[in-house]
Design a protein around this ligand. Structure first.
Ligand SMILES: Cc1cc2nc3c(=O)[nH]c(=O)nc-3n(C[C@H](O)[C@H](O)[C@H](O)COP(=O)(O)OP(=O)(O)OC[C@H]3O[C@@H](n4cnc5c(N)ncnc54)[C@H](O)[C@@H]3O)c2cc1C
Length: 546
């Protein structure tokens, strides 16, 4: 195969996959390098045992914490990256998140672009990823120029009851934006009964709007786009003065044999930790501390949200299948009795007895007369998110053997406690005072909180000042002419909502910039929702869901 390309993109997740989609219509020669393979469609996709108990889709990587203790990080190496497992909750940041915000533990810094500048790409992202939602329903949201392409997913009866009770209590529940591909033609939601939710599961019927299905697969027949799976990028090499990346070095067999590819432009989108790792492993005479790291910022400012999962029990059974349809941002910003922003409350995927196994002692204590099946039947699952601050000492480093070390201490614990306090009042309003905070990552069989790297971000932040940021406003490395980063690494702050839509919107933004730089237009890209087709050989069951 040809070894020279106009653009080489490393990683096919929310950032890399979307960037490739943005550039594909330009006709430029694009190479996508992905260390994983396509995630296999199999019954286990929807089985909580393999998924949650065995961690079937988690990479076998070993990383090390600040003290050198090994752990297995919750990273997913597939075409589509972490979005193959994500919950597809596709939120915009609030406008305030783009400015400086004071928090209990410090400052959440301003972005070099404003929400109003970014809004254009949020809209494109929502249309590309076919998001269901309702702009105008959340009082904290910013300006929006176009309604979501699809109406909100209707609440199941139990969630509708909760929403009504919240409104009666003076709260402002709104339909959670979600990227799932359901309509009468596809009728995939009926099949969701088997996996209960997108959250943490791959979708066997390809009804989740992930980067594989939405962004990468539609490009595979294009003559100008090549995807190489099983291609782990190990380092980048530059010209002697260090201004230009000349080679992307790939390990394709895991046996130390290396192949080299050349791109006029190289984009890293390997996820926040792995992008930092590649840069740090690309140290040279020109960059002794790692490529693009003259500022010593590569790997620093790692963030991942201060989150809590809470299972609440009501008298009424909860037979909801798709639970992630409701959210509240009433505590997102400071005010009304609390000094600091507290965060976002949203639903989690519906719990089930199998996935609760690890929590059994606590949960059965909570409801001693009930079996675990009964507990799961009555459970309503919530996810509380408080903003985590970028701290220079929360950082990714790499040892001589190439192992990732992740030093992390949570921030804003007092805000997280404040959010939990408000949430307890919410539970009182909805008749579910009995509840249980899950003390470990209940969705993955992991015992170390640091391993929950699902929302990793911030390791190569963008900014105007090369002394305090790695990337410029277009996400090009300050110190190099042809190196970009397009995953969640670029976040200067993470806000308190899920990060994927922002990564997607930014990848479109960066893609359009690169197209312009190459003298072509990315406007040929179709943003309208694509036809929704079930995969070959799949016959959907009848459904009443919309
Ligand atoms: C269980 C789970 C649930 C989540 N739910 C939500 C949600 O509901 N909403 C939301 O907004 N976010 C959610 N997230 C987070 C979201 O998926 C991530 O923020 C997003 O995918 C990050 O995009 P990215 O491009 O930075 O990285 P990724 O999507 O992870 O993509 C990185 C890609 O790079 C590849 N790669 C890594 N190293 C190399 C290398 N050396 N060479 C070549 N390729 C490499 C990986 O295999 C992967 O394909 C969830 C994540 C998880 C794990």
């Amino acid at each position: 195969m040809a070894l020279d390309f106009d653009v080489i993109i490393v990683g096919t997740g929310a950032g890399g996959g979307t960037l490739a989609h943005t550039l594909a219509a330009t006709g430029k020669q694009i190479l996508l390098l992905e260390r994983g393979d396509f995630l296999t469609r199999e019954i286990a996709n929807w089985d909580p045992g393999p998924v949650f108990v065995d961690g079937r889709y988690i990479s076998p990587d070993t990383w090390y914490d600040r003290d050198g203790t090994p752990f297995q990080p919750q990273v997913h190496y597939f075409v589509g990256g972490a979005t193959k497992l994500y919950g597809a909750a596709l939120y915009r940041l609030r406008p305030q998140d783009f400015g400086e915000i004071k928090h209990a533990d410090g400052i959440s810094p301003a972005w070099p672009v404003s929400y109003d500048e970014f809004e254009h790409w949020y809209t494109k992202a929502e249309w590309l990823y076919q998001v269901h939602g309702l702009h105008g329903a959340d009082p904290t949201e910013g300006r929006w120029s176009r309604q979501y392409p699809w109406p909100p997913v209707s609440h199941a009866p139990r969630i509708q009851q909760i929403s009504d009770a919240l409104e009666r209590g003076g709260y402002h529940p709104f339909p959670a934006p979600c990227g799932i591909l359901l309509n009468e033609a596809h009728r995939a939601a009926s099949e969701c009964i088997r996996c209960a939710t997108c959250d943490g599961y791959p979708c066997m019927v390809h009804a989740k709007a992930d980067a594989d299905i939405i962004a990468v697969r539609p490009l595979l027949g294009m003559p100008n786009v090549r995807l190489l799976t099983g291609a782990k990028v190990v380092r980048l090499e530059t010209d002697p003065n260090g201004r230009t990346v000349t080679s992307v070095v790939v390990d394709r067999g895991g046996d130390g044999r290396e192949e080299t590819f050349h791109g006029d432009i190289v984009v890293l989108a390997a996820g926040a930790a792995n992008t930092a790792k590649i840069l740090l492993r690309s140290a040279s005479d020109a960059y002794p501390a790692g490529l693009a790291n003259g500022s010593d910022q590569v790997g620093r400012n790692y963030m991942f949200h201060n989150s809590k999962a809470v299972v609440a029990l009501g008298e009424e059974p909860n037979d909801t299948v798709f639970q992630k349809t409701l959210a509240i941002n009433d505590f997102y910003l400071a005010g009304d009795g609390w000094d600091w922003p507290l965060g976002n409350i949203q639903m989690l995927g519906k719990s089930n007895a199998e996935a609760m196994k690890g929590e059994e002692p606590h949960l059965t204590k909570l409801a001693p007369k009930l079996s675990l099946d009964e507990v799961a039947k009555h459970a309503v699952d919530f996810w509380l998110t408080t903003e985590d601050l970028p701290k220079p000492d929360n950082r990714v480093t790499v040892d001589d053997a190439g192992n990732v070390h992740l030093a992390y201490t949570a921030s804003n614990d007092s805000e997280a406690a404040g959010l939990y306090g408000e949430f307890r009042k919410v539970l009182n309003h909805i008749g579910m005072a009995r509840h249980h905070v899950l003390h470990k990552n209940f969705y993955m069989s992991m015992t170390i909180a640091i391993a929950g790297v699902a929302h990793q971000a911030g390791t190569c932040r963008f900014g105007a000042d090369p002394a305090t940021s790695v990337l410029d406003v277009n996400c090009k490395a300050h110190e190099l002419d042809n190196l970009y980063v397009a995953d969640t690494s670029f976040f200067p702050s993470i806000g308190a909502v899920n990060p994927a839509l922002t990564a997607i919107a930014n990848a479109i933004r960066v893609g359009e910039h690169i197209a312009e730089r190459l003298g072509v237009s990315a406007s040929g890209t179709a943003w309208a929702p694509a036809p929704r087709q079930a995969p070959a050989g799949y016959t959907p069951a009848p459904s009443t869901w919309r």
